[in-house]
Design a protein. Structure first.
Length: 339
């Protein structure tokens, strides 16, 4: 069976090199790791790491942010597919991107479909978006809603690590000390206390915000802030994630996939896809297509080879619908940095 995977990712850019990829991987492992610790693991100076970080922020759209884990918080997640008139899709996508209860606002399908992940805090948020706003939008032709049932890959698990810029020993040296972060839903949902909201808001704006700055923003002592950040990350209610433009590193093609799988093969296919280097996200969802994924490749030829040579032959796969991502209005943050 032919595969699109060409081994560890190599940079196909004059602006960035292997050290940048290692820095991205390090930030996926621990987004709040001090530059001094990252520098020691990578074998470079603190100043080099800081300089590379600033350049990645300015030129590749790198953002390190705190993200609430909806699954650990016991909240439902819904993905919406919105079929729009050609002259209305961009305005609808931009409006959705400005909402605090959305993520993954992408334009697909020749510019006539918007894919949106919702992050409602309570059922009222979802009802307000779906029934209060979207159904009154004139240029919206059709809405399809898919509830996320299970994550196979994505969320707190970063994509660049699949390509192994860092060795296992380097990853181990970078992992945060203390209690491990829960990878998914536990036996009971966790919660974020109302008094922690200013802290969470600050980390959402900048996942690397310093403890003295968190002290200033929250009015708590620095020791209290350190304890609460450790508790939130340790419980899994919050995690630190990274966002960047993969095109800067030679991966210019991305697509949404809706895969219809035999029910008895859903878990097996989902787990297989989770191990594919091309897959940045994969989830079981409700609807006629019971598996949704995001695939990232170097070009359209690699996308074709992945669909035909790696995904298509999996036992249980009955149908694959794909739609290239034409424009990303929102990932973790908004507005998405422009080139």
């Amino acid at each position: 069976m032919e595969s699109t995977y060409r081994g560890p990712v190599t940079v196909e850019s004059e602006a960035f090199d292997e050290l940048d990829l290692k820095l991205l991987h390090a930030l996926e492992v621990d987004g709040r790791a001090p530059f001094s610790r990252i520098a020691a693991v990578l074998g470079v100076s603190d100043q080099t790491v800081a300089r590379r970080f600033r350049r990645l922020r300015a030129e590749a759209g790198l953002r390190v942010v705190g993200v609430r884990d909806s699954a650990r918080l016991g909240r439902d997640q819904w993905m919406l597919r919105l079929r729009c008139t050609p002259d209305g899709a961009e305005a609808i996508a931009a409006a959705l991107a400005r909402r605090p209860d959305t993520a993954w606002v992408h334009l697909t399908s020749a510019g006539t479909e918007v894919v949106c992940m919702t992050l409602p805090r309570d059922p009222g948020d979802y009802d307000d978006l779906l029934f209060g706003k979207l159904l009154r939008t004139r240029k919206l032709i059709e809405i399809t809603a898919h509830q996320l049932l299970h994550y196979f890959y994505g969320g707190r698990t970063g994509w660049i690590g699949k390509h192994r810029p860092l060795t296992d020993e380097q990853v181990a040296a970078l992992r945060p000390t203390g209690p491990p972060t829960a990878p998914g839903p536990g036996p009971a949902p966790v919660s974020i206390a109302p008094e922690d909201e200013p802290l969470v808001a600050a980390l959402k704006a900048d996942g690397r915000v310093t403890y003295p700055e968190l002290q200033r923003l929250t009015g708590r002592s620095e020791s209290a802030v350190k304890r609460r950040v450790a508790a939130l990350l340790g419980s899994g209610a919050l995690y630190i994630d990274t966002e960047y433009d993969t095109a800067y590193f030679g991966f210019a093609t991305a697509a949404m996939l809706w895969v219809t799988v035999d029910p008895g093969a859903l878990d097996e296919v989902g787990r297989a896809m989770a191990g594919h280097p091309e897959i940045a996200h994969a989830s079981a969802v409700t609807g006629s297509a019971n598996l949704m994924a995001t695939v990232v490749t170097r070009d359209t030829a690699e996308l074709y080879t992945y669909l035909s040579g790696r995904l298509g032959p999996l036992d249980g796969v009955r149908h694959i619908e794909s739609a290239p991502l034409l424009r990303r209005f929102k990932e973790l943050t908004y507005p998405r940095p422009l080139r």
